[in-house]
Design a protein around this ligand. Structure first.
Ligand code: MGP
Length: 217
């Protein structure tokens, strides 16, 4: 006769790290200043069971409105380029057209999360977090890592990522150092400031002209 084993459902299984889920939806394309204000910390968990109750209780990715992002990061790392753990790093991005991905995006996102929290990637120390982004015509899942310079590590993580996500060759994984994004943002900010200065100057010139005209009249 088979031995009777009792399963204790109250036992929780620890993860190696504590993870924090964040959400943001700026509603429209945002400026860098307002970006951080939109980030909302939702919950932190450190067990398999709490991961599932979180995952099962948040919106499915294909139900989110465009511009939404979920971020799952190791506790203590903010999902921003500016965080010291991200500052020298970069992200692997996989873009999936909405028309093709459909609700399969939920499975891709879940597989990425399981790989990350289950420490399935050999270079676990390099991992900062994972992001899923909903845009008008595509979804993007991304893995944020600490390095952007170690080409060997980058190639190895990319290969592992393709394996754990079971991605066909036709889907490309790109890698972008965060430095490129911050440089782009700095250039955009500088351009906006120059435009504002030019606008202020022409407003001043108009006002001066108006004063001169009033004085001569
Ligand atoms: P995004 O969502 O990473 O890029 O950043 P996406 O969807 O490819 O859009 P694109 O416009 O870059 O092509 C969108 C915008 O959000 C950026 O341009 C920044 O203004 C802001 N932003 C995003 N992130 C991840 C950060 C960040 O870490 N720090 C700051 N300061 N702004 C950010």
């Amino acid at each position: 006769m088979a031995a009777h084993t009792e399963v204790d459902y109250s036992v929780k299984h620890s993860l190696q790290n504590t993870w924090t889920l964040w959400f943001d939806n700026p509603g429209k394309k945002t400026s860098a200043q307002s970006w951080a204000d939109n980030l909302k910390e939702i919950i932190s968990f450190d067990t398999v069971e709490d991961f599932w109750s979180t995952f099962n209780n948040v919106s499915k990715i294909n139900h989110l409105s465009p511009n939404s992002n979920f971020h799952l990061f190791k506790q203590g790392i903010r999902p921003e380029w500016e965080d010291p753990s991200n500052a020298e790093g970069g992200k692997f991005g996989i873009q999936l057209p909405k028309s093709k991905a459909g609700d399969a995006i939920n499975e891709h996102w879940m597989n990425l999360l399981l790989a990350v929290i289950g420490e399935q990637l050999a270079t676990e120390d390099e991992i900062c977090g994972a992001v899923v982004s909903v845009r008008k015509s595509f979804y993007r899942i991304a893995l944020w890592v600490k390095t952007s310079k170690d080409e060997e590590k980058i190639a190895s993580i990319s290969k592992q990522l393709r394996e754990v996500l079971n991605l066909p060759e036709a889907i490309t994984i790109d890698f972008v150092p965060h430095g490129d994004a911050t440089a782009k943002l700095a250039a955009e900010l500088a351009a906006t400031q120059l435009e504002e200065q030019a606008e202020n100057k022409s407003a001043d010139d108009e006002a001066n002209k108006a004063t001169e005209t009033t004085e001569t009249a």
